[in-house]
Design a protein around this ligand. Structure first.
Ligand code: AP5
Ligand code: MG
Length: 215
């Protein structure tokens, strides 16, 4: 099973990916995590991406398509894939369809997690992320067992640079302009599964499980 997690910033894509990974035979690929790692490692890709991410803008399509193309080449063919934060534009979605067709795969479902801007702002304000393994927490909604430490690997949790209130406005605007059209793109392909993302994490995951069971 190959899935896309689609939704605005802080919709819960990374959070739901963690649950899906626990229950399905899939691997997780997040372009946001890959770009943040490139920034932390100081690579050329990281240097290119940093000012764009800091400004809440998208990284150019050809760059992220290239990252996914390379990742797909090395992906275990025996496992499904959960795409998180990719594709984010119609051009990326078209490129992904082509890349998957080339390796004999296709998208089976697009989990479209729907939340409004108010929820986005509230969730981003309380988010804590693990810089090592990408795990996500929330100060009140989903706190770690030990404050400031990742439950899984014990690393010190951080607040992402792009989680500042002034940046979220631009990130949400980019979502509306560039990523929302993917809802129609995948609805037309018959793969869209709309999910109410405003409920608590377990309730959202329950809805995702029920939707996936219909496939
Ligand atoms: P990326 O890392 O993909 O960020 P994003 O899409 O903005 O999404 P987030 O990671 O902020 O949110 P999420 O949906 O994963 O929510 P989470 O589970 O953490 O991209 C970052 C940047 O990289 C982009 O702005 C762009 O510049 C660049 N980029 C990446 N991919 C790109 C691409 N394909 N093309 C071009 N540029 C690209 O949850 C958020 C918080 O809410 C957490 O604290 C969590 O604990 C809490 N929470 C989650 N679910 C619930 C719930 N149901 N109830 C209560 N709290 C909840
Ligand atoms: Mg995320």
């Amino acid at each position: 099973m190959n899935l896309i997690l689609l939704g605005p910033p802080a919709a819960g894509k990374g959070t739901q990916a963690q649950w899906i990974l626990r229950d399905f035979d899939v691997v997780h690929v997040s372009t946001g995590d890959m770009l943040r790692k490139a920034i932390a490692d100081g690579t050329d890709l990281g240097k290119l991406a940093k000012p764009l991410i800091d400004a809440g803008k998208l990284v150019p399509d050809d760059i992220v398509n290239g990252i996914i193309q390379e990742w797909l080449r090395a992906a275990d063919p025996g496992k499904g894939i959960v795409f998180d934060g990719f594709p984010r534009t119609v051009a990326q979605a078209q490129a992904l369809d082509e890349m998957l067709a080339n390796v004999g795969r296709k998208i089976d479902a697009v989990v479209s997690i729907q939340v409004n801007e108010q929820v986005v702002v509230e969730r981003i304000g309380g988010r804590w992320s693990c810089p090592k393994d990408g795990a996500v927490y929330h100060a009140t909604n989903c706190p770690p067992q030990v404050i400031g430490k990742c439950d899984r690997c014990g690393a010190d949790l951080i607040q992402r640079d792009d989680d500042k209130p002034e940046k979220i406005v631009e990130r949400y605007k980019q979502y509306l302009e560039k990523t929302m059209p993917l809802v129609d793109y995948y609805r037309a392909q018959g793969t869209l599964l709309p999910i109410d993302g405003t409920r608590d994490t377990q309730a959202v995951y329950g809805e995702i499980q029920a939707a996936l069971a219909t496939l």
